[in-house]
Write a protein that binds this ligand. Structure first.
Ligand code: CA
Length: 240
């Protein structure tokens, strides 16, 4: 494991110890905090690679901690996995505004699943960073991953060398997902961003367009991941 320490912000001591032991057994370094204040301070530790963040902390909510991490230039790119007590909280947690990368539900938390999620988020971040580095040597209007090429100046898309003709809305949807690659976007936030509609109206519109976009993208369709019950995510690590 070459990644830096994982920061665990959780006030329940037993759970914090359990998670810490598990991650150490898997070869990760860890840091831990029992309050939001301490967590926000430790997030500035050099090389911190990921934050596991409890939703309910004694001093601030996990959502507020997430907002503050995202608002601070030093910590805004840190991957965040939220620990929630109940699955009903997920919608709030993974929402557009909060910007967590993933979540796990504590009530049925398996340590194996937690480790898998941590590894997946770290992998995704590494691959997004790789794509961003590669992108910096190309004109800014061009995005390329695997066989998918998107030219946003010309509104043109290619998959494996073949041009794919998208409608203006499909193109906007694809670039909205790519712009926030690696992060889940709720149907509501996509409605607002792509259709400029109220987030509570007609979320089926999003599903219909995603379905059509995937059909058109063919071999590159798997880059658009469905996050069940929440929304969609562009996952650059998805297709080999
Ligand atoms: Ca708690």
């Amino acid at each position: 494991m070459t990644s830096g320490p994982i920061l665990i912000i959780e006030d329940e001591r037993d759970l914090r110890d359990l998670v810490e032991q598990q991650l150490r057994r898997e070869g990760f370094e860890t840091l831990s905090a029992a309050t939001a204040e301490e967590g926000l301070r430790l997030a500035h530790t050099p090389r911190v690679s990921l934050v596991l963040l409890d939703l309910m902390l004694p001093d601030l909510s996990g959502i507020e901690v997430c907002r503050r991490l995202r608002a601070d230039a030093a910590t805004k790119a840190l991957p965040i996995i939220m620990l929630t007590a109940r699955s009903e909280e997920i919608d709030r947690v993974v929402g557009f505004e909060v910007g967590a990368d993933d979540y796990v539900v504590k009530s049925n938390l398996s340590m194996r699943e937690l480790t898998l999620r941590v590894r997946a988020v770290l992998r995704r971040r590494a691959s997004d960073a790789g794509a961003a580095d590669a992108g910096s040597q190309r004109p800014a209007n061009r995005f390329e991953v695997g066989g998918l090429v998107v030219n946003s100046d010309e509104h043109r898309v290619w998959v494996a060398g073949e041009e794919v003709v998208l409608t203006a809305t499909e193109f906007k949807l694809l670039t909205a997902l790519i712009d926030r690659a690696g992060r889940v976007q709720t149907r509501g936030s996509l409605l607002e961003g792509v259709w400029e509609m109220a987030p509570d109206l007609n979320t089926r519109t999003v599903d219909t367009h995603v379905k059509r976009l995937r059909e058109k993208l063919g071999a590159a369709a798997d880059y658009i991941e469905t996050v069940r019950g929440v929304g969609y995510r562009f996952n650059a690590a998805k297709v080999k």
